[in-house]
Design a protein around this ligand. Structure first.
Ligand code: ADP
Length: 466
């Protein structure tokens, strides 16, 4: 269990980001410290070299002024005054034989021949070298230089103090690097955790939604700006999906309801046929009723399929030029008898000719659906007016009535499939007419809108580019 947890943590993004951050931080810090260390070391050596070379120059001047004896005298004075463990001086001939030297007991040979060869081969006659002492631990900086004919001086100075300082500095740096590794891991972990907290919230929400809590949303407060955008987008998407699910559920309920009633009626008719003997004319009537119910069902299913296909773009509009005034006038004529029956005045306000580019059959269906609704939802002695005009290239068609009107609560939903306002339950219809109007209008790049007041009437208007 514990091993599993470790394996899971090792595979996590937080772990990887932490390690990456720590490695990058440590490598950079180590590089920085290496540069500083190198600089300090070179500076200590350079300072020592300057001192050694200054002493060489002093000896060279002395030899030039007073000869070998002058240098010898100075060297013996150094022997008396300097700590023999810190510095050594010796004068050599060209063969490397020691002519005179300070106390060399702690220095041993101090690479005498090697550094002498270095000085001989060096064009400046001076050769600086760091040598390791016979004890193996300590180092010394040496200079070997020609200070007269066949006369060389070797001066060595211990690097013990410098090495001690550098050793302390090195230890400090290592401790600092360890502290930095720990600190960078902590910072890296905290940063990675912060950055991924939002991701975790998103996946937690997704898990909750998967297990059925559809109303859950990704928390937005305190998110980083990048993830806030993602969270907002996901929430909007979830809202849409939920709405869609809700609408689909409603549509399913409506379909079930609208299928059940006619099917129940058909079943009732069939049952009556079985139960009672009837005259032949009654059977004929029953058959007619059954056919009517079936036709209504087929009509509903066809309309549903039509809407779906138009919305999916499967059925494209058949665009042609026609006279819209003629088409609207024809539709009004068709509804005249129905309007007359209800004592409704059906009037039209149309220009003599109104050319339109679009699908004639779809436009006919749109107009008849709107006129049919207007007559259906307007009480007797009401008025329905159909008008069409071209306003600077925008063709507007309006179907106005002074009938039942639609409440503000219903208005946003009337174009949804199967939506029916309460006041229309007593009327025939299944709630697909306006959905079809909208789908057809949009398939011709048009829009459909409605203004309505309960008990005052409604205006449905369509807008198209001429
Ligand atoms: P329906 O088959 O019920 O007429 P529609 O999709 O054509 O379906 O209309 C949806 C609902 O909008 C109707 O049930 C009705 O409540 C309302 N409606 C449509 N047109 C009008 C109108 N002119 N006046 C009042 N209500 C209307």
């Amino acid at each position: 269990m514990f091993l599993k947890k470790i394996a899971k943590f090792k595979g996590s993004l937080v772990f990887r980001l932490t390690v990456l951050y720590a490695v990058a931080f440590t490598v950079l810090a180590a590089l920085g410290f290496a540069v500083i260390y190198h600089r300090l070391h070179s500076e200590a050596i350079e300072r020592m070299d300057r001192e050694l070379l200054a002493e060489v120059s002093d000896y060279a001047e002395l030899v030039a002024d007073e000869g070998f004896q002058g240098a010898r005298k100075k060297l013996l004075e150094e022997d008396a005054s300097e700590d023999p463990e810190e510095e050594f001086y010796r004068l050599l001939n060209a063969r490397g034989e020691i002519l005179v030297s300070t106390d060399m007991s702690t220095w041993g040979d101090a690479a005498r021949r090697q550094v002498l060869e270095g000085a001989k081969n060096n064009p400046s006659g001076r050769f600086l070298k760091t040598v390791h002492m016979s004890d193996g631990d300590s180092r010394a900086r040496t200079v070997t230089a020609a200070i007269g004919p066949s006369l060389f001086i070797q001066i060595g100075e211990t690097l013990e103090e410098t090495d001690e300082y550098l050793e302390i500095f090195r230890t400090l740096l290592i401790l600092l690097i360890i502290a930095l590794i720990l600190l960078s891991m902590a910072i890296g972990w905290a940063l990675a955790k912060r950055a991924l907290a939002d991701m975790e919230a998103i996946s937690k929400t997704a898990e909750e939604i998967t297990s059925g809590a559809y109303e859950r949303r990704v928390p937005i407060d305190g998110s980083l700006s990048e993830t806030r955008r993602l969270a907002v987008t996901i929430n909007v998407m979830l809202d849409r999906i939920q709405n869609l699910l809700h609408t689909m559920q409603q549509i399913n309920d409506n379909i079930a309801h609208d299928l059940r009633s006619p099917l129940a009626r058909i079943r009732g008719i069939a049952e009556m046929n079985l139960v009672q003997e009837k005259p032949i004319d009654d059977y004929r009537d029953m058959a007619v009723s059954t056919i009517e119910e079936c036709d209504a069902l087929i009509e509903m299913i066809n309309t549903m399929l039509d809407i779906t296909e138009i919305e999916a773009g499967v059925k494209t509009a058949h665009i042609e030029e026609f006279d819209l005034s003629l088409l609207v006038a024809g539709a009004c004529e068709l509804f005249d008898p129905i309007a007359d029956e209800k004592k409704i005045i059906l009037e039209s306000q149309l220009p003599e000719r109104l050319l339109f580019h679009g699908d004639q059959k779809r436009m006919q269906r749109i107009i008849t659906n709107l006129i049919e609704n207007a007559i259906k939802y307007t009480p007797v002695y009401g008025t329905v007016t159909v008008s069409a005009k071209n306003d600077n290239g925008t063709i507007t068609i309006a179907v106005e009535d002074n009938g039942a009107g639609i409440s503000d609560a219903d208005l946003p939903y009337i174009f949804q499939r199967f939506y029916r306002c309460d006041h229309s339950r007593s009327q025939g219809g299944v709630g697909l007419g306006l959905s079809l109007v909208k789908a057809y209008a949009e398939s011709m790049q048009g829009t459909v809108g409605v203004k309505s007041q309960p008990s005052r009437g409604s205006v449905f208007s369509l807008c198209f580019n001429a």
